[in-house]
Each structure stands twice: as C-alpha cells, then as structure tokens.
Design a protein around this ligand. Sequence first.
Ligand SMILES: [Mg+2]
Length: 293
Amino acid sequence: MQSLDLFQFNRHANSFGAFMTLLDKKLFLFDIDGTISVGDTLFDGTLDLLHYIDSIGGKAYFITNNSTKSTSSYIEKFAKWNIPTTANQFMTAGYVSMKYLQNNFGKGKIYVVGTKSYIKELRANGLNITEEADDDVVAVMIAFDDEVTYDKLYKACKLLSEKDIPYIGTNPDLCCPAPFGFVPDCGSICAMVDNSVGRKPLYIGKPNRLMVDLCVQDSGFSYDETVVVGDRLYTDIAVGINAGVETIAVLTGETTQEEIDETTLFYPSYVFKDVKWLTYCLEKKLVDRTLIL
Ligand SMILES: [Mg+2]
C-alpha cells in the first residue's frame, strides 16, 4: 500500500457508508492514551479538533479500557487540559461493564473480583454484588483489581467449576503502564482463572462493540455519522469494525505504519500521522467526496 505523508484513505476495506466522508462524521469516539495524549501531556491539535467537532454540531466521546480511573478523575484530568466534559462523554470498561450487568442480571447476585471502590460503585448503582462464593450466584465478573488475592481467585474458580454461569471480564488488556514498564491488567488476572477452569470470559471493553453502541445511543447520532479514532489496531480499530463504523488510526501510540501495512484483520478506514494532521485536513476540507470517491 502506498503511504502518504499526511493521511491515507483505505477505502477498499471497511467501507461502510460508501457515500459518507470524514466531513460527514459528527460523532467522534476517541481512545485517550496514545491518541489524544500520553500520560499528562495533551497532544498538539487535540483542542483544535474538539473545537472543530463543536463547530459542526458534533460530539466527542472518550472510550477507554482503563478501568483504574473513575469518571470524575477523567473529568478533572480533562479540565486541566482546558477541556470541559460531562460524565456521559466517558465510556470506561468499568462503566460499560456495570451497564452490562444491570441489563442482563437485574437483581441477580454477582460475584465480582474487583477493587473495594469499584464494588462500592456497582452496589451504589443497584447491583447485587457478593464477594463470597454463595450458592445463589448467577454470574462471575473479574475487573482490574490491584487488591487481588488468592482467596478471590479461589472463589471465582470454585463458582465457575461448580456452576454453568456466565463469566465476564471488564477488559481483555493483559497489562497496563507503570512508571517502570507494565503491570498485570484484567486480562492477566482472568488468565489465571481461565487456565484453572478451562473457560474464557466474555470481555466487555474494546473490542466488544458495546462501548460504541452506548455512545451512539447516548448521542443520538447514527452509525454512519460515527468514527472511532485510536492508536491500537486490535482494540480501537477492531471495536469500530465490530460495530460497523469507520475508523481512523493515528501513529502517535502503539501502532506503526508497518503494522498497518501488514494487518489483514484490523484495517483502519483512514490513517493520519497524528490528530494535528487530522484536524488540519478536516478544517481545510481536504477529505472531501471528490478525493475519496
Ligand atoms: Mg491507546
């Protein structure tokens, strides 16, 4: 595939809504780390892009598999970047998993491996959560848990071995960043249980399309008007493909141009080197119908 300096249009793959272009997109679903920021540093161009979205009457949501941060801490973090946000603009794996439990298990008792604060939040939202391997448990869920103990895993294994009940994981990520490198994330905690009971969880975070579905429902925009922007092929681009919406890969995080050239499964609709170029092209209307078609 030919590489362009500014961006690429990969119209031979994932070309849903063939007559729509990026100029028709109103709902932008952003990954955070590696896409619009790294750590506490906001990437150049992000503020302009958010202003552009406002100016066209669009809406930005932030979809993240990071379940270690609460929505309020994201709102605070974004306020420091001079980005005013509301709680509904953040779809975290922890939040979407809570919605999934509410929709599927009602008042049924759910055994959860998770932090004290996450379990408190689930209970505050009306869910019947237990930390014991009770007989009447109807589902098991494992979340990111930096307070995980062998006892918690033992109970999860017991329940999943003795009962044919749903097994859910908040997000499939194997590790998450730490100051020295990486530490285990939810996917690695689940792997300990998976290897013991011979089952794998249904993961709720990206690439499960649920996050996209909830954003589309909340915003009122259509799937054709929606685009996912992210730096990882197997989570961000995959979640867009799974939900049937177009995708933009940026090269400021994990994914390289070589990986995009080689992938057969997670081919993005568009590739921009960073959000600054994406903003420039949108503002200058360089991504018009003529160019694409
Ligand atoms: Mg990322």
